[in-house]
Ligand binder design. Structure first.
Ligand code: ADP
Ligand code: MG
Length: 306
């Protein structure tokens, strides 16, 4: 997934050795990567992406389930979240291949837009398969797979009766129970500027998943303007809302992860509306000249450290 992970627990004793636990976790992450990483050329998803054959392609049930979840979020997010956005992501220089960036032309954007659209992807659970309706369709799970993997690693800890833990992959986090000394796990939401390490808000993590999307780490700068790595699939252009970061809390880290990206595309007003209907809590950070303004939504207030 092009990132790092960490797992911490505070149980006084656990029924498995640290090295065994680490092996289990890494085997599980390898398995997930071999299914859905677009950085691995022969992952199941990469094989699907490389195939020029339209029609149904058999895939693992686990991958089908995640694609189904992603497609349901596309529908609920007014099409802002779209795992077929890959050709545009690549065009804007944020894809897995390292090519030198040239600013896309309108023609290139229009051509890429023809091969995207979640309606061109169909999923079937039994037997598990996905249907490519256009030959160029390219599925990119980058905006949901880290959250999903966090949930899966947390499941391993649950299976071993570890009651107090914090799992993190590339900034997406799930917590359970309490930190050492019985205090809540606490995580900071960074101030979204380019100096690392300043904290805007502190979250007291209950038994939930937390995902943050932001533009301040991964962006391109071209002729003095910043371009987000979150692409609006409807326009073909990077999201541009003065929305500096979005943090979403949900019991499923995968769902939190996907919505954090969707909200970057949708902007503050629409995000707040959709958070109500989709049972999401979180924080939006917008910028007003040099000031950062945080807006909390849903049950967020109860997660903020006092
Ligand atoms: P962030 O921390 O900002 O959420 P992620 O890596 O989780 O970063 O998600 C951003 C990635 O998601 C992009 O690099 C791209 O691969 C993909 N992506 C970009 N725009 C969209 C979109 N509208 N819907 C789904 N995935 C997207
Ligand atoms: Mg994300």
């Amino acid at each position: 997934m092009g990132t790092s992970y960490s797992v911490q627990w505070s149980d006084v004793s656990i029924s498995i050795s640290t090295s065994e636990l680490k092996d289990l976790i890494e085997r599980r992450l390898d398995q997930i990567n071999s299914l859905m990483s677009t950085y691995i050329p022969n992952s199941q998803l990469s094989n699907f992406n490389q195939s020029r054959e339209t029609g149904w392609h058999a895939i693992d049930g686990e991958l089908a389930q995640l694609v189904a979840l992603a497609l349901s979020i596309s529908k609920k997010s007014d099409e802002a979240f779209d795992i077929t956005v890959g050709p545009l992501v690549n065009l804007w220089g944020f894809g897995p291949s390292e090519t030198t960036f040239t600013f896309p032309t309108d023609t290139e954007i229009n051509i890429a837009k023809r091969s995207i659209g979640y309606q061109n992807l169909e999923v079937r659970i039994d037997p598990p398969a996905i249907n490519k309706k256009v030959a160029d369709l390219y599925v990119d799970l980058s905006a949901i797979a880290k959250g999903y993997a966090v949930d899966e690693v947390a499941q391993i800890l649950d299976d071993h009766n570890i009651l107090n833990y914090m799992v993190e992959i590339g900034g997406e986090i799930k917590g359970k129970g309490v930190a050492p000394h019985g205090t809540p796990w606490r995580i900071g939401i960074e101030t979204p500027n380019f100096e690392r390490g300043k904290i805007e808000k502190i979250i007291s993590l209950g038994d939930v998943g937390v995902a943050t999307s932001g533009d301040y780490r991964n962006f391109i700068e071209y002729e003095g303007k910043h371009y987000s790595h979150t692409i609006d699939p409807r326009s073909g252009y990077p999201a541009d809302h003065h929305l500096e970061s979005v943090t979403v809390i949900h019991e499923s880290t995968a769902i939190a992860d996907a919505w954090a990206t969707a909200f970057m595309v949708l902007g503050p007003k629409k995000s707040i509306q959709l958070s109500n209907t989709n049972n999401l809590s979180g924080v939006l950070i917008t910028r007003d000249n040099d000031n950062y303004v945080s807006t909390v939504f849903g049950e967020m207030q109860s997660y903020l450290a006092k």
